[in-house]
Design a protein around this ligand. Structure first.
Ligand code: NDP
Length: 312
């Protein structure tokens, strides 16, 4: 006899600011939300250091601590927070069928997608080869291993600047490699980088190859203007070139733009499938902030509640 799949009124997948905020609102509206945390419980903020721009924390807060607070707040109202990754979805009819960890199927009357985004890689063979042996996409996680050494960070956005300034406190020297001659990062972040005496900007260069023996010992760079190559001696290489939305399981099932960001109706988190809502970095390629993700998570829960009321 096959087991009857569990039926869930409001299923939330992803546990960053969008997912937990959706859970807080959905729980308070008595939708008995179930939230599957995904591969990285707490989301991207669990691999960041200080969050200084989230309202309500005048002294700033550590990303991982903030996400524990989000979870506690959702659980306080009865949100059912579970380990597990949504690995497949069938949105062809309601209730939607969502497969968790490739085996358990649950039925969802409404689905809130809050799967966020993940770090992008350059796509070099050597980057794969040395991953974990000198190559990393998370300074907070791995910076400690490079104490007193020389490292490079590639990228020109807030992430790259944040990683570089974090590493500058641990490492002897940090090269910040950027493909243009101007940073994309916010002025405040730029100031922090330019002020650090041991961060050296390497403008107009892209990494061609990461080199080493067992571990990384250098990076070959190409000048984007002249094509000339040069080698920097570094023991660590940190990639910080942006993010890719975690929306692969929705390919062919929901509308997305050419970069994989889910498309929602204007002023709404509603996707083209009624009852499926998309929030946070999986849907927002413009702002991508914790506070905006929390905002769209809130919108998704309110819209799910209205959707269910309209069905009754
Ligand atoms: P961004 O997309 O803002 O920046 C990516 C950077 O990587 C750009 O400078 C880009 O260059 C460069 N880049 C992209 N692809 C390549 C490549 N193949 N080779 C070399 N360089 C490449 O991503 P971030 O992750 O930095 O930031 C994402 C969002 O998160 C932003 O909105 C940011 O403000 C926010 N954020 C905020 C933080 C905070 O406030 N504490 C911390 C971290 C992020 P180019 O500029 O030429 O396009």
């Amino acid at each position: 006899m096959s087991e009857t799949p569990e039926k869930i009124k409001c299923l939330i997948i992803g546990s960053g600011p969008a997912g937990y905020t959706a859970a807080i609102y959905a729980a308070r509206a008595d939708l008995q939300p179930v939230i599957y945390q995904g591969l990285q419980p707490g989301g991207q903020l669990t691999i960041t250091t200080d969050v200084e721009n989230y309202p309500g924390y005048p002294e700033g807060v550590k990303g991982p601590e903030m996400m524990v607070d989000f979870q506690k707040q959702a659980e306080r109202f009865g949100a059912d927070v579970r380990w597990g990754l949504a690995t497949d979805v069938d949105l062809s009819e309601r209730p939607f069928k969502v497969t968790i960890d490739e085996k358990n199927v649950v039925l969802a009357e409404t689905l809130i997608i809050a799967t966020g985004a993940s770090a992008k890689w350059l796509g070099l063979e050597s980057e794969k080869k040395y991953n974990g042996f000198g190559v990393s996409a998370c300074a907070t996680c791995d910076g400690f291993f490079y104490k007193g050494q020389t490292v490079a960070v590639v990228g020109g956005g807030d992430t790259a600047c944040e990683e570089a300034s974090y590493l500058s406190k641990l490492c002897e020297k940090v090269y910040l490699i950027h493909r243009r001659d101007e940073l994309r990062a916010s002025k405040a972040m730029q100031k922090r980088v330019f002020k650090a005496p041991n961060i050296e900007m390497v403008w107009n260069h892209v990494p061609k190859e990461i080199v080493g023996d067992q571990n990384v010992n250098g990076v070959i760079l190409e000048n984007t203007k002249t094509g000339e190559e040069k080698k920097l001696d570094v023991e660590g290489f940190f990639v910080a070139i942006g993010h890719k939305p975690n929306t692969d399981i929705f390919k062919g099932k929901l509308k997305m733009d050419e970069n994989g960001y889910l498309i929602t109706k204007p002023d709404s988190t509603q996707t083209e499938v009624p009852g499926v809502f998309a929030s946070g970095d999986a849907q927002d390629h413009v702002f991508r902030q914790a506070v905006t993700a929390a905002g769209t998570g809130c919108m998704a829960a309110i819209e799910a509640e209205r959707f269910l009321s309209d069905q009754e």
